[in-house]
Structures are given as C-alpha cells and as structure tokens.
Write a protein that binds this ligand. Structure first.
Ligand SMILES: *[C@@H]1O[C@H](CO)[C@@H](O)[C@H](O)[C@H]1NC(C)=O
Length: 381
C-alpha cells in the first residue's frame, strides 16, 4: 500500500499530457521512471516488473533515448539504495541492510514465497483482477479495443501481470498497482457507451448497460465488504476475550493458529505491553497489564492442558472433544463468514404481502451463512 501511492503518481505523470497525444512528454516519462525506481528499491521490488516493460516500451516507441533512461535510472536507483540502506540499517541495527533486496532473495530466488501457497499461472487474470475490477473489467476491455492510446497505456501493465504470474505465490495486493490503469481504460469504454445516439434503441440500451454496471459494482462492493467484516473471527474473539475478562489478573491465554491468522493481532494485546508510545499505560485506568498472549504454534490440546500456565484458550471448534471438556469449559463461541445463500422462501413470502412489508422481506433475499469458528475456553479448577 505504501508503494501504491508512488505507483499512482507515476501513472498520473504518464497520462498527464495534451489532449489526444499518443505519448507522454519526455520530462513526465523520466519522472515516472525515477519514481517507480524509488518505489521498487524502497517499498516493493515487484514494481521492477512494471518498470522494465515501461522502459522497454518507451525505448521501442522512441519516447526517449536509452542514454536518458540509463541516466535517470542510475541516479534515482543510487539515491534510493543509499536512502533505504541508511534508514533501514539504522532501525534494524544491522549494517548494511537493504530490506527489499533481502525480500527478493528470500521470496523469489530461494522461492520461499511458495510456502504461503501456490496458485495457477492464470490466477491474476481469472480470479484476482476480475474481483478487484468488478464491472470495470469488461469496460476496460472495451476501452482497449476502441482506443489505441488505451492499448499503449495498458501494455506495460499487462506485461507486468504476465511477468508476476510466473511467481507461484499470488496475492491481489501484488497487482493492485494495475487497477487505476484498468479503471482509466474502463472509463474510456463507459464514455463510448454513454455517448451513443440517445435517439436509437441501441444508444439507450448502451446507456442503461453502463448504469446497470455501476449499480452492480456498488452492490458487489457492498456484499464483499460485508463478507470481509465477518471474516475475522480471530479479531472478534480476542476483542470479546479482552472485554469478558477485562478486570482479571494473571490471565495467560493461548491463541490458536486460525485466530492469529484472522485478526488476533498485536493491536489487540490490550492487557500486555508493548503499548503505543506517548499514551498513558492502561494500568493507569485500572486495567490489568500482566496478561500473556501466547501464540506458540503446533501445540495439541493435550500439550496445552499439560502446560499449567495456560488459564484460557482461544481454540478452533474441533477442539471441543469430551476429553478436552474434562479440563476446559467454554466461555463464548465466535462465528465467522461462510458464504452467501439465496433465500428463495423470502421471495415467495414477499409476493404474498403488501408492497411495503414485501420489500422489507425481500431484504432477506441474500442471507450470509455463518458458522462457529472459534471458542474461548477457561481452565476448570
Ligand atoms: C508459550 O507457551 C509455550 C508452551 O508452553 C512456551 O514454551 C513459551 O515459553 C510460552 N511463551 C510465553 C511468552 O510465555
């Protein structure tokens, strides 16, 4: 997300040109290259896969010369490396340290990123991008078909997507930089559709199609946001845990892997240090700060039972076996997102009612399915 800002500024420089120009100005192009170099060196090394095609395109299409690219690249690159090494080595107290280079070595050369899961080659095109773009996806294709300036703009971004698809581990945040470019293309497509002659049927249908796509986009965004809100049972359970036991001392809780992966982060360790600097410690307000949040992985229930320091567990539901229940009693159960279900009964019911009540019932048309994910357990005494 830090890299998205400079990447967006670079895109702005590339499209900020006189109307109908087919190329960016040389000055803007050089600035964009410098900014992307900085962002690749300091924030996210994968941006090099965007910078490369961009530079290649600029040279092939003679937007600038090879000598200029080298000059800009070497100056921006050297300054950026110096900056990141100075700042990051200081904060990590390890000289010399260039974190992004370390990241490339670890994730790409040693191939360790694959340990976080591997997706097929086409996943960015078949799954991540459609979900990021929603109805902008078909509109951007239309924009690319219609306008060769759009095609020129998208070429480096598509090349970036193809190149980064070579890496087995895929996440939408690795390709978020391409979204604004595709949105520009989508705007071009939408503009063409709404500029058809309004007197013709096709023209009116085109206009309607754009309005429908915008509406569908809002609805999908709303549903996806609702899903995301319900998708952090770990955070919800640790928050509930902190509230339930707020005034107790000497709590030692084991946080399971699922909980730790779904929101039970350091930010919720409200009864143990570290605390945000500059703020009064919570003990001032009578809140105990002697808790231990233990996230050691790979401990079985038996091992947790046998370790007497643990007073509470935030465990996954399958832990609830009769043997475990001899030692632990459930305090609360936290559920989480499972999917959406189409509730056909509510449609039938709505038709039998008056208009107002019927519409209210229709709101239950889509129902979020939830299931129990985590349980808060207390050791029996
Ligand atoms: C967490 O629990 C494990 C297993 O009992 C133990 O080895 C480890 O030292 C504990 N960590 C803390 C911070 O108490």
């Amino acid at each position: 997300m830090f890299a998205l800002l400079p990447a967006n500024v670079a895109l702005y420089l590339l499209v900020d040109r006189v109307p109908n120009a087919t190329r960016p100005s040389q000055e803007n192009l050089h600035r964009a290259i410098a900014i992307l170099t900085f962002a690749s060196v300091v924030f996210r090394s994968e941006l090099v896969l965007l910078l490369g095609p961009l530079v290649l395109q600029a040279i092939v299409r003679q937007y600038t010369s090879i000598a200029n690219v080298l000059r800009v690249g070497i100056i921006a690159g050297t300054l950026s490396v110096a900056l990141t090494v100075l700042v990051d080595s200081y904060f990590w107290q390890r000289w010399p340290l260039w974190p992004e280079l370390h990241g490339v070595y670890f994730n790409a050369i040693e191939g360790k990123s694959a340990e976080w899961g591997v997706s097929p080659f086409h996943a960015y095109f078949s799954s991540h991008l459609p979900k990021l773009l929603l109805s902008a996806a078909p509109l951007s294709m239309l924009g690319a078909i219609l306008d060769k300036r759009i095609r020129g703009l998208l070429v480096p971004y598509v090349a970036f997507l193809l190149l980064i698809s070579g890496l087995g581990h895929k996440e939408w945040r690795f390709v978020i930089y391409s979204v604004p470019a595709f949105n520009i293309a989508a705007a071009r497509g939408a503009n063409w559709l709404i500029s058809r002659k309004k007197s013709s049927l096709i023209g009116r249908l085109s206009y309607l199609a754009v309005a429908a796509m915008l509406g569908a986009n809002c609805l999908a965004t709303f549903l996806l946001a609702r899903s995301a809100c319900a998708n952090y049972p770990g955070g919800a359970s640790l928050y509930a845990f902190n509230q339930l036991l707020a005034s107790e001392h000497n709590v030692h809780v084991h946080v399971s892997n699922l909980a730790a992966q779904s929101g039970a982060s350091l930010f919720l360790h409200s009864h143990a240090p570290p605390f945000l600097p500059g703020l009064a410690p919570p003990s001032k307000f009578g809140r105990p700060v002697d808790w231990v949040y233990n996230k050691t992985e790979g401990l079985s229930v038996d091992a947790l039972t046998a370790a007497p320091q643990f007073t509470h567990l935030i465990a996954e539901i399958p832990v609830l076996t009769p043997e475990a229940m001899e030692h632990w009693s459930p305090v609360a159960v936290v559920d989480g997102f499972d999917g959406w279900a189409f509730n056909i009964e509510s449609v039938k019911a709505a038709f039998k009612m008056g208009l107002g009540e019927g519409l209210r019932t229709l709101r239950g048309l889509l129902e979020m399915r939830r299931s129990e994910k985590l349980v808060i357990l207390k050791r029996k005494v």
